[in-house]
Every structure is written in structure tokens, then in C-alpha cells.
Design a protein around this ligand. Structure first.
Ligand code: GLN
Length: 477
């Protein structure tokens, strides 16, 4: 029987098993089938995955050079374009739409011999924190099926959590990789804005969106990052900074870090008391082994969720205007007499409630009379946050925080209260507003039986420190 622990061990298994990729793909297809009720996959690319596995097994038999992700079985969030395959952003408006090109991240995965096994359910257009906004049904948390898996990349998180793939890709605009990772007890990494090309990632809020990685261990996340990061002529916001060898982590436990946390984050009334206590005890533990911990003031905390929602909805209202019933996917029938009616009907029927709410909110904050009051002000807050963050990282290596104020909540319990749902993002949107990398690592377990994570953030393009420190922390636990 095949069982997965890490990419390294799996690739060792492949050297001893000539048909190892096919064996592994079949095993995953079986598991996906057994766990269909979790609703983590919108589509399984069974034929393609098996075909790719056969080709890769053949490649090894012929002694050809192998890619870094040789045989690794990856699931992708339904917002990433994989040529010739459907991609719907979990929306009715893109139902049956097929990608006409590969996202750069997908192209890079395939170039390094990965196998893409299917596309994962998510909140529609990546808008949500619970995966309840998908047009194709909720995803269940595999640890307790009455609870949400988090969102918006809930399907990708559950795919890793339930062992339905080895690693998966999600997208993180305000926490959509770190938050479901926290709820599911796995690792969720959001790199620096501009580290991974956004080409072929369906846009939600372009100055925030970043592809992220779910994995069971730090080494796997690091290796996938190494493969998919880097310059790309198709993304004008990509960074040209060289890619570090992330998979070659210096994790000497002798290295002592200077770590900060924000007092207001730990003192926030919405923070579950057990999560607070665990993190406080953990901070003490870090001090005991010689790390330097500094408590900082962060009086901007109350502004970050409103700032995030003003700016992201504004960008979304512009990005989503391309879905008009003519260029892509769904268009309403019967045909109407006027073009405006066609737009209206298509967009009213094609988009779900949350997406409509955000388009309207975004259009409002950009409208002539309100632009300065909301949009300009939010940009100003974003600038202040950025300056403050650069100042902090002059003297510290990392910032730690809770990932989410509470553990996974029951399906249906928060879906009628958007403001409460928005507050779930209070600890994650900061990294997106300023563009720094962040990770959620599964260090804790609540007395209610559910896991929760610690969030670690570092300076722009310092994924090496982020990953090395996270690995040390996971070993400490
Ligand atoms: N929960 C946040 C939102 O609904 C984050 C979404 C995301 O990161 N894609 O906007």
C-alpha cells in the first residue's frame, strides 16, 4: 500500500518502483472517490492524471533527467487556468468555461513533472472565509464534517488535510490560504506579493492576490515555492528578485531570532481565550530557548479590515466587469432587446449573492461623490501601514500573530452575518495590505478538538527566514 509522508520520501519510493506514479495516482483517485461527500473537488482530471503518470514512469525507466516535482500529485484551486480544462471560480457565470492557456504557476509545475489531479472547490471568485459562497455547494472540514474548512481556498485545504493530494495551490487575497490552513490543521503559505506570477489566476483584487501553497510539511511547501516563484513576462507586477533555493533551508536551532508581536492583536476581544493563552505560553517558550521577543503597539488594527474591504471590493468591481455575458461563459436567455438588459440579467443570475454585494460596494466606494471619502482614505491607510511595517522590519526578523480569532465554526452559523464573517480576517489581511509573506503553521489543538495555527510573517521577499523559522517552530512543538 502506498502512503505519503513527504515529497522526498515519495521520490525515494519512485526510485524503487518503476510504476510508482501510476500506483500513487490510482491510490489518490480511490481516496478522492471515497471522500466525495467532502465536496473538495469540483472536477477530477482522472484520465489526464493517469496519462501523465504513465509518461513519468516511462521517463524514469528511460533514465531521463527528472523534474524537481517529479510525480508529485497536486490539486489546484478553481481559479487557476490549466489549458483545455474547465475553470469556473466556483461561479455559475463561468460554468463550462475552459482555460485557453496555462497559468504560469501551472506551466512551471508541469515543466517540473508534477501531476495535476483536479480542481478544488472554493468560495465564488475567492470571496469568502468559509467556502459557503461556492455555487457548487459547501466543502466540509474532514476533521469534523459539521464545520466549515475555512475559505476561500477551502477545497484545496481539505484536499491536503484529507490526503486527497500531496500538495495543493490556493490563492490568498486576504487570508484565503492561511485561514483554511488554520481551520484544517495544515501548513498554508502566502508568499510576498509579486513572488509568484498572477498570470492565469482569475483576478479578485489584483494588488492583493497571490497564489499560495498548502502542504503537510515545510520542506514540501518550500520546494513548490521554489518551482513556481520568479519573473514572468506575462505579469507586470512580478518581482525580478532572484529566487532563493527555498528547499535548502538552514534550520540550525542555534539561530536565535528577534520576533515581534502586536499587543492589540493578542488583546482583541474577538480572540478566543484558549487561542490567546496558547500563543502567550508559546511566546514564553520561545523566550526560554533564547529568542528575543518584543511586544509592539499597533494602533491601526481597527482600520485594517475596513481598509481591506474598501480596496478589494473596489478592485473587484473593476476586475469582474469583464463578465458581461458576451466575452465569457454564461449569458442569460431568452435574449433581451437591449444590451443593458443582457448585462443585467446575466450578472444578476450568473453571480452569487456575496459577489454581487462586493461589486456593489466596490462600485459605491469608487463613485464620484464617495471616492475621496473611502477609496483615497483607504489608500492612505495602506501607505501608513506599509511605512510602519518597513520600520518594524529594520529591527526584527519576524512578526507572529494568531491566524484566525477562533477555530472552525459550524456550517451555516455565520453565513447570514457578513460583518462577523469579515472580522474573521482581522489577523490575515495585514500581510496582504502591505504585501509581506505569511504562513500559518499547525502548532496547537483547542479543547474543542479542532486545530489552530500560529501565523508568522517576515519582510518582503524574505521567504527563506519565514520557512526556516517555521520549520524550527514545528520541530519545537
Ligand atoms: N476572507 C477574505 C475575503 O473574503 C479573504 C479572501 C481571499 O483571500 N481570497 O475577502
Amino acid at each position: 500500500m502506498f502512503s505519503f509522508t513527504s515529497i522526498k520520501n515519495y521520490q525515494q519510493f519512485l526510485t524503487e518502483n518503476p510504476n510508482g506514479c501510476v500506483v500513487a495516482v490510482k491510490e489518490y483517485l480511490k481516496k478522492i472517490d471515497q471522500q466525495q461527500h467532502l465536496n473538495a473537488f469540483l472536477e477530477v482530471f482522472e484520465t489526464d492524471a493517469l496519462q501523465q503518470a504513465i509518461l513519468l514512469d516511462e521517463k524514469r525507466k528511460q533514465g531521463k533527467p527528472l523534474g524537481k516535482l517529479h510525480g508529485v500529485i497536486v490539486a489546484i484551486k478553481d481559479v487557476l487556468c490549466y489549458k483545455g480544462h474547465k475553470v469556473s471560480a466556483a461561479s455559475k457565470i463561468l460554468e463550462n468555461y475552459k482555460a485557453v492557456y496555462n497559468a504560469t504557476a501551472i506551466e512551471k509545475l508541469l515543466n517540473e513533472d508534477a501531476i495535476i489531479i483536479g480542481r478544488n472547490n472554493c468560495d465564488e471568485f475567492a470571496m469568502g472565509s468559509s467556502n459557503e459562497n461556492s455555487a457548487y455547494g459547501v466543502v466540509k472540514n474532514a476533521l469534523n464534517e459539521t464545520l466549515v474548512p475555512g475559505g476561500s481556498s477551502g477545497g484545496s485545504a481539505v484536499a491536503v488535510q484529507a490526503g486527497l493530494c500531496m500538495v495543493s495551490l490556493g490563492s490568498d487575497t486576504g487570508g484565503s490560504v492561511r485561514q483554511p490552513a488554520d481551520f484544517c490543521g495544515i501548513i498554508g503559505l502566502k508568499p510576498t506579493y509579486g513572488r509568484i506570477s498572477r498570470y492565469g489566476l482569475i483576478a479578485y483584487a489584483s494588488s492583493f492576490d497571490q497564489i499560495g501553497i498548502f502542504a503537510n510539511n515545510i520542506e514540501d511547501a518550500a520546494l513548490v515555492l521554489e518551482v513556481i516563484a520568479g519573473a514572468d513576462e506575462f505579469d507586470s507586477t512580478i518581482s525580478h528578485q532572484p529566487i532563493n533555493e527555498y528547499s535548502n533551508l538552514n534550520t540550525s536551532s542555534n539561530k536565535k531570532y528577534k520576533i515581534a508581536y502586536f499587543k492589540e492583536m493578542l488583546e482583541h476581544p474577538a480572540l478566543d481565550i484558549e487561542i490567546k493563552n496558547s500563543i502567550q505560553q508559546y511566546i514564553q517558550q520561545l523566550k526560554n530557548i533564547g529568542h528575543e521577543i518584543e511586544a509592539l503597539d499597533f494602533d491601526l488594527l481597527k482600520y485594517i479590515v475596513p481598509t481591506y474591504y474598501v480596496l478589494t471590493t473596489a478592485e473587484a468591481s473593476s476586475n469582474l466587469s469583464r463578465f458581461d455575458g458576451i466575452k465569457y461563459g454564461y449569458h442569460s436567455t431568452p435574449p433581451t432587446n437591449s444590451l443593458t438588459d443582457l448585462y443585467k440579467n446575466t450578472r444578476s443570475k450568473g453571480f452569487g449573492k456575496e459577489v454581487q454585494r462586493r461589486i456593489m460596494l466596490g462600485t459605491f466606494v469608487l463613485s464620484a461623490g464617495y471616492y475621496d471619502a473611502y477609496f483615497t482614505k483607504a489608500q492612505q491607510v495602506r501607505n501608513i501601514l506599509y511605512t510602519k511595517t518597513k520600520e518594524i522590519f529594520k529591527t526584527v526578523d519576524a512578526i507572529i500573530a494568531p491566524t484566525v480569532p477562533a477555530t472552525a465554526f459550524p456550517i451555516g452559523s455565520a453565513s447570514n452575518n457578513p460583518v462577523e464573517m469579515f472580522l474573521a480576517d482581522i489577523y490575515t489581511v495585514y500581510a496582504n495590505l502591505v504585501g509581506i509573506p505569511g504562513i500559518s503553521i499547525p502548532l496547537f489543538k483547542h479543547s474543542n478538538g479542532m486545530p489552530f495555527g500560529l501565523q508568522v510573517m517576515t519582510n518582503h521577499f524574505n521567504e527563506l527566514t519565514l520557512l526556516a523559522l517555521s520549520k524550527n517552530m514545528m520541530e519545537l512543538k
